[in-house]
Ligand binder design. Structure first.
Ligand code: AMP
Length: 115
């Protein structure tokens, strides 16, 4: 059995700290980012405590696909017709919480490339 996530997202999953939840199912939850970078900024996280994509294996393929489908679903729930999904993997890429999460960002024009 997986170890529980020691991160702040693990605490959210266990109900130890609150979040502004917009989706929940057997595999994941989605909630609003506490420091939004755009009018819509939602995080989709697996219940399973994967660290990031480097920690994922072929066994996680269905879960990873599910996270992306939920990302699209919550973006559309928010009324977005265009949005960006981001998964930071590793501190140098900007990852600060070491529990896999998909950022869903939208509601304003987004520049490319990101910083
Ligand atoms: P990353 O930098 O890709 O690891 O993203 C982590 C994200 O988690 C950041 O955008 C933070 O603002 C967000 N975050 C951290 N703590 C919380 C929290 N308690 N509730 C919601 N979002 C959070």
């Amino acid at each position: 059995m997986d170890q529980p996530s020691a991160t702040i997202f693990g605490r959210i999953l266990r109900g130890e700290i609150p979040c502004d939840q917009v989706h929940s199912d057997d595999l994941c939850i989605a909630f609003r980012d506490v420091q939004p970078q755009a009018p819509v900024h939602i995080l989709v996280i697996p219940r399973q405590p994967l660290v990031n994509l480097a920690d994922a294996t072929a066994e996680d393929a269905l879960l990873l696909g599910h996270l992306l489908l939920v990302a699209a679903q919550v973006a559309q729930q928010e009324g977005l017709t265009a949005w960006r999904t981001v998964i930071n993997s590793g501190a140098e890429a900007g990852q600060t919480v070491f529990h896999l999460h998909v950022h869903v960002i939208g509601g304003r024009p987004l520049q490319w490339p990101p910083g």
